[in-house]
Design a protein around this ligand. Structure first.
Ligand SMILES: NC(=O)c1ccc[n+]([C@@H]2O[C@H](COP(=O)([O-])OP(=O)(O)OC[C@H]3O[C@@H](n4cnc5c(N)ncnc54)[C@H](OP(=O)(O)O)[C@@H]3O)[C@@H](O)[C@H]2O)c1
Length: 254
């Protein structure tokens, strides 16, 4: 029995990494998927791979998520193609590395726009439909950086702490029809993680050292996050809202 049969899900940042993993896992569980990202080639590849597996339906909407209009197009495509909008998973993320005195205004603004304002845009546009249809689930991909600080990541940490507060507010305001939760991943093997350690002289060694120190002795895979997202999206999580799920192999314990 598929867990997301006939549900429609928009997953931003699904041309790569965690978002791609969630899109593929949701499709396997019967969901209709809207893929989102700027990279046309990658978006078409992910859709092709989903369709080739014979799982559900899939559309790619190309665009910059920091543009309000891109979010509007995502929502209208879901409604026009599938007639409902049941799940949104904002996963698009920007690292914006640089200590507070060094980071440019452009990098700061882009990081806040991607990790915080774009999440607001998609929620702002989706919530009226979810309310009207009487149900909906929001799962925002935040980070352990909402709780813990990393050298030279002030914009990233601030944006993730901000989005955690925003999502909890949604849970308060939009129950019982809409559930809103967060996943806060630790170190997951994606291009973003490899970019995050570029500031070090020995980036790949840093990743290996991180893996060795974690209680679970490995960094995460997109599928580790997708498993948590599937649980939160499913009816098994019907009474869960306003929660933040740390999925980090024990990283926050260190
Ligand atoms: N990997 C980790 O260790 C880790 C840990 C904690 C939290 N996270 C969070 O997990 C989420 C996903 O990251 P990831 O690790 O999967 O990174 P990733 O593989 O680099 O993917 C990032 C995704 O975000 C999209 N994106 C970024 N800026 C965008 C924009 N302006 N407009 C549209 N799409 C945009 C990219 O699509 P295009 O390139 O096609 O635009 C890509 O699909 C992020 O929110 C990140 O903060 C990751």
């Amino acid at each position: 029995m598929k867990k997301l049969n006939n549900k429609t899900a928009i997953i931003t940042g699904s041309t790569s990494g965690i978002g791609e993993g969630i899109a593929k896992r949701f499709a396997k569980e019967g969901a209709n998927i809207i893929i989102s990202g700027r990279n046309q080639e990658a978006g078409e590849r992910v859709c092709r791979e989903i369709l080739a597996e014979g799982n559900g339906s899939c559309y790619f909407v190309q665009g910059d998520i920091t543009d309000f209009d891109t979010n509007q197009l995502l929502v209208s495509t879901a409604l026009e193609q599938f007639g409902s909008l049941d799940i949104i998973v904002p996963s698009a993320g920007e690292l914006g590395i640089g200590a507070a005195a060094d980071i440019t205004k452009e990098t700061w603004d882009l990081t806040i726009a991607t990790n915080l304002s774009a999440v607001f845009y998609l929620c702002n546009l989706s919530l009226p439909h979810m309310r009207e249809q009487g149900s909906g689930t929001i799962i925002v991909i935040s980070s352990i950086a909402a709780y813990k600080f990393f050298p030279n990541h002030p914009a990233y940490c601030a944006s993730k702490a901000g989005v955690n507060a925003f999502v909890r507010q949604l849970a308060l305001d939009y129950g019982p029809q809409v559930r809103a939760n967060l996943i806060c991943p630790g170190q997951v093997d994606t291009p973003l993680l490899h970019n995050s350690v570029k500031a070090f002289d020995n980036p790949e060694e840093i990743i290996q050292q991180t893996a060795d120190r974690l209680p679970m002795k490995r960094i995460g895979l997109p599928d580790d996050i997708a498993g948590a997202a599937l649980f939160i999206a499913s009816d098994e999580a019907a009474w869960i809202t306003g929660s933040s799920f740390v999925v980090d192999g024990g990283s926050l314990l260190l």
